[in-house]
Design a protein around this ligand. Structure first.
Ligand SMILES: [Mg+2]
Length: 448
């Protein structure tokens, strides 16, 4: 019997604010960070997981992971990884820690890091990448890891099982197709708000030439700038879809006016037009910007909010995020909810490591849940992949199937060492030049 002997957290930050990579109307100066955790057993196994953040506050998430880790230390690893439904509930519904959420924010993300690190051990044990492990699990096993608490009015175990049983039809063929051709991607790399017009045009042209299915531009700073940048991008990519992303910048009426002000450039979707918690606001915006689609999800805290967005017909595209919710289990619930409402999932990625993690959910979705790639693509951003043991691979504008056993979370040891905040060698060189050391009020807060 092997037990968990140590759970170590690390505060890892990268000085991306120096180049304004990742800048948008709200996140004006992110330093991409990972609250990183390694679970070790006395059997020599290791599971890696992390939560993405924008810099300051990363220490709060590592501290929260430490609090939840106390619930796992000393426990039998097989009991946990072969009953991941129970393992997840043990963390998410802890009788005392639950008060800090429930099921939202730092606590939900901290649970997610640990739950995903357990999945990493399970997948490595079975020598499969996570997506293939999930795709080859029996439908009932998948249903058993989902927490149906507070979503059973929309999706109960019977209905979830029906979706997964239906997904068995043609599954082997779809797995083969994924291995051969990968999965469509779109890129946000050209569209960061801090980039010059010249860089925007150059990167947009490159994205179209590289075979991406879509590009995405950040909007919401200034309408005249947005119209100029949309015109430049439209000219650069021709008829290729262009999505726009406001990162929750607007109130409801303003969102409708602003998006309609950009309608002549034919945006494919408007992403995060307003507060991620405003379900009815999203429904109002959706009705007001037709035919532009409404997308959200990267900041949606849990499956219960996704359920309501779907019930209220407030979104056309569901953008799950790999580290915002309580790990692999809750994202399986989100995929099943999307399938139940027949809404395509186009996961959020970027940051540090989000591409490496989230690709597994789309691959699993195609293999065993929705069985479709229509209107579906994974976000791609070209930053920081070199720090990962298995970086994503993009071929002809598509994600190639990840092949290494595990969830894809593992960061190379030298990178962990160099970018440990604030004492890693990288940070000793950067000193106080990155934004992480200079507090700035978000433009959302300025406007309210
Ligand atoms: Mg976004």
């Amino acid at each position: 019997m092997a037990t968990i002997t140590s759970i170590i957290t690390q505060d890892i930050r990268f000085p991306t604010s120096l180049e304004l990579d990742g800048s948008d109307a709200v996140n004006v100066d992110p330093d991409y960070s990972a609250a990183y955790v390694i679970i070790r057993t006395d059997g020599g196994e290791e599971g890696h997981g992390f939560v993405f953040s924008c810099g300051r506050g990363n220490e709060i998430i590592t501290s929260a992971i430490d609090s939840y880790a106390a619930l796992l230390r000393g426990r039998d690893i097989d009991e946990l990884i072969f009953d991941l439904g129970t393992a997840s509930r043990r963390l998410v519904h802890d009788s005392q820690l639950r008060w800090l959420g429930p099921e939202k924010g730092v606590t939900q993300m901290a649970c997610g890091a640990l739950i995903s690190a357990l999945w990493d051990i399970r997948a490595k044990r079975e020598k499969k990448p996570l997506w293939l492990l999930l795709s080859e699990m029996e439908p009932q096993e998948i249903v058993d890891v989902v927490d149906f608490t507070h979503i059973s009015d929309a999706l109960d175990p019977t209905r979830a099982l029906d979706i997964l049983v239906a997904g068995r039809e043609g599954k082997a063929r779809r797995i083969e197709a994924l291995m051969a051709n990968g999965y469509p991607a779109y890129t946000t790399s050209p569209g960061w708000l801090g980039y010059s017009d010249e860089k925007l045009v150059r990167l947009s042209r490159e994205a179209a030439a590289d075979g991406f299915s879509m590009i995405k531009l950040k909007v919401g700073g200034n309408i005249d700038d947005d119209r100029r940048r949309m015109a430049l991008a439209r000219e650069a990519v021709g008829s290729l879809p262009i999505a726009i992303d406001a990162n929750q910048r607007w109130d409801v009426a303003e969102a409708i006016d602003w998006v309609n002000g950009l309608a002549d450039f034919d945006p494919y979707w408007i992403e995060e037009p307003t507060s991620t918690d405003d379900i009815l606001g999203h429904a109002t915006i959706r009705a007001g910007v037709v035919p532009v689609r409404v997308a959200t999800g990267e900041a949606v805290a849990n499956r219960i909010v996704f359920k309501q967005l779907l019930q209220a017909q407030a979104i056309d595209v569901l953008q799950l995020d790999s580290t915002r919710v309580a790990g692999v289990n809750e994202n399986i619930a989100n995929l099943l909810l999307a399938a139940r409402f027949n809404v395509p999932v186009c996961p959020h990625a970027g940051g540090v490591g989000l591409c490496e993690l989230v690709q597994h959910f789309s691959f699993f979705d195609y293999a065993a849940v929705s069985g479709s790639q229509e209107g579906r693509m994974i976000e791609y951003v070209d930053h920081l992949h070199e720090h990962f043991v298995e970086p994503i691979r993009i071929t002809n504008g598509r994600y190639a199937a990840p092949l290494s056993p595990g969830t894809g979370a593992q960061i190379l040891s030298p990178s962990l060492e160099k970018w440990r905040f604030p004492q890693g060698e990288g940070w000793l060189e950067i000193g106080s030049r990155a934004a992480v050391t200079v507090p700035v009020v978000s433009p959302v807060g300025v406007n309210q």
